[in-house]
Design a protein around this ligand. Structure first.
Ligand SMILES: [Zn+2]
Length: 87
């Protein structure tokens, strides 16, 4: 990945990437995460779109909500991500 791009360009690339997240591979997600990190861009809500363990985009995840915690089970590696829900 080109390291000479500006932060604005990187943000554009990342936003475009996540519009089509379901068709991405873990390898591509890893690249984009690296890009975001190198440019100090927070992925925020976008982080919830893929498994943080195997980096597979969630396609049809099992979602459970309990005690204001949302848990998503990855259908690739079965890793469970938990997110605090906003009120
Ligand atoms: Zn996974």
């Amino acid at each position: 990945m080109n390291k000479k791009i500006s932060k604005t360009d990187a943000e554009k690339i990342i936003n475009e990437f996540f519009k089509n997240i379901q068709n991405k591979t873990p390898k591509e997600i890893k690249k984009v995460k690296k890009l975001a990190m190198s440019k100090n861009i927070a992925l925020k809500e976008k982080r919830k779109l893929f498994c943080k363990k195997c980096l597979t985009p969630y396609k049809n995840p099992k979602i459970r909500i309990k005690n204001k915690l949302k848990s998503i089970t990855c259908n690739n590696c079965n890793y469970i991500s938990r997110w605090k829900m906003k009120n």
